[in-house]
Design a protein around this ligand. Structure first.
Ligand SMILES: [Zn+2]
Length: 233
């Protein structure tokens, strides 16, 4: 019993990581792609009818099929240009494509800036562009969170921030983050590879990863007090 108690004490506390999931808002581009696709589908149907379903084919049937198919494909292509649902919360930012979530923890974000109506999120090796029109509240929440967690990396002026729409905890759909992959990544303090999830400790503020045995007293990325405040996965 005694040994069990000690083992329990050594376990770092876990944090229930929450995030908000935002569906993309319908934009002019998505309505446009719908219209192009719908007209394409109608022309394709008319072309098939004119070419194959009547006893004496009309001469223009094949051209209609060609134009209709191109319109339908064009509409589908345009419809796929948007970002899809966006997640923002304790685990950082995630984009959702079908079943797949691509995560960017806060600590990996080098800068968040605004270019006309697009929020630009840069990491060391990637750039995520999010149209404000597609994710008005998701982008506002990214700005709000990075201002709190890593303020030096926020590159928006006071005026740009004030112009963003208001966002609260009630917006979007609240989810608990369950799928967090850290095994195989490097400890930010020692560069040691963290092989097992149970040996991983995270900064609760910026999500920086440390090996349990090398957790510093202060987070190397956001300078928040760490030590026993580090959380397990
Ligand atoms: Zn941190």
């Amino acid at each position: 019993m005694a040994s069990k108690k000690r083992a329990k004490k050594r376990n770092a506390k876990k944090l229930e990581r929450k995030e908000q999931r935002f569906e993309p808002a319908p934009t002019h581009a998505s309505w446009g792609s719908f219209a192009v696709g719908a007209v394409g589908a109608a022309l394709l149907g008319a072309g098939v009818y004119a070419q194959w379903l009547v006893d004496e084919p009309y001469g223009y049937g094949l051209s209609l099929v060609g134009v209709g198919a191109a319109g339908l494909l064009g509409g589908l292509w345009l419809g796929n240009q948007g970002l899809g649902p966006l997640h923002v919360g304790d685990a950082g930012i995630a984009t959702e494509q079908g079943e797949e979530l691509t995560r960017i923890p806060w600590c990996e974000i080098q800068s968040v800036s605004l270019s006309t109506d697009t929020l630009i999120v840069k990491t060391g090796d990637s750039t995520l562009s999010i149209a404000l029109g597609e994710h008005p509240q998701g982008t506002s929440l990214i700005v709000k969170e990075i201002a709190k967690r890593l303020p030096a990396r926020l590159k928006l002026s006071e005026a740009q921030r004030d112009a963003l729409p208001k966002v609260s905890r009630r917006d979007g759909e609240t989810r608990i983050v369950t799928e967090l992959q850290v095994a195989g990544k490097r400890c930010a303090a020692s560069s040691e590879i963290v092989t097992f999830e149970k040996d991983a400790r995270l900064c609760p503020n910026c999500g920086e990863l440390f090996a349990r045995s090398h957790t510093p007293n202060e987070c190397v990325t956001c300078a928040q007090p760490l030590g026993s405040a580090a959380v397990a996965i």
